[in-house]
Design a protein around this ligand. Structure first.
Ligand SMILES: [Zn+2]
Length: 75
C-alpha cells in the first residue's frame, strides 16, 4: 500500500491518494470533486483510491463566512 498526496492543479484542492497494488483496479479516471479537473487516469492494473482532504481556500472564503467582502451600501 502506497499513500501519497495530490493537489488539484486547477482549484488546489488537496487529495489523499491510496494505491493498493495487491488489488486489481478498474480502468477509468479520477476527477476533482470540486472543479472536475482530471487528476489521474487509471489503466486498471492496481486499485487506487482518492479522498478529498483539503478544500480550496477560495471556496472556503466564499462559503465560510456567508458574507460578501465589501458590504453593499444599499439604496
Ligand atoms: Zn479541482
Amino acid at each position: 500500500m502506497k499513500i501519497g498526496g495530490v493537489t488539484c492543479p486547477k482549484c488546489h484542492a488537496g487529495f489523499r491518494r491510496i494505491e493498493l497494488s495487491s488489488l486489481p483496479g478498474i480502468g477509468g479516471e479520477y476527477r476533482c470533486l470540486v472543479c472536475h479537473q482530471i487528476l489521474e487516469t487509471f489503466d486498471g492494473s492496481k486499485a487506487i483510491a482518492y479522498r478529498l482532504t483539503v478544500l480550496p481556500e477560495s471556496r472556503l472564503a466564499m462559503d465560510g463566512s456567508g458574507f460578501p467582502r465589501h458590504p453593499c451600501p444599499g439604496p
